[in-house]
Design a binder for this molecule. Structure first.
Ligand SMILES: [Zn+2]
Length: 127
């Protein structure tokens, strides 16, 4: 009757171990906590930082030759990055940087190609 701690059977050996235990003292099996799993998922996809997430996808789309999307990814990436600095728990640093780097690079590349194309078209008309 002295045992007040909650107990659960070990998933490996079935011995009763404290719920709070990280490791089974009978077989040495590491006990996984459900909360750490949720944490890993939120670290992978920054649900709490939509600008960073949108910047990431727009950054990937900016690989296609349609220049305004890359520039939007660049702006959203910067917004997302500022959000991470203000509140680090929202996460999304990597997603924001992918948006900034991919979006910025390809956004400027397609813009340059479009401008050069227009200059070329104008030069051809002057002939
Ligand atoms: Zn065990």
């Amino acid at each position: 009757m002295s045992e007040t701690a909650e107990r659960q059977p070990c998933p490996m050996c079935g011995q009763e171990i404290p719920v709070a235990a990280k490791k089974c003292r009978f077989c040495g099996e590491m006990i996984e906590r459900k909360s750490s799993n949720d944490h890993a998922i939120s670290g992978l996809i920054p649900y709490k930082n939509p600008p960073a997430l949108i910047a990431y996808y727009l950054g990937l789309f900016s690989l296609l030759p349609c220049f305004p999307i890359g520039l939007v990814a660049l702006v959203l990436g910067i917004i997302g990055l500022r959000k991470v600095y203000a509140t680090p728990e929202v996460r999304g640093t990597v997603h924001a940087w992918i948006g900034i780097v991919l979006g910025g690079f390809f956004g400027l590349l397609w813009t340059a190609i479009t401008i050069l194309g227009l200059i070329g078209a104008i030069a051809a008309q002057n002939h």
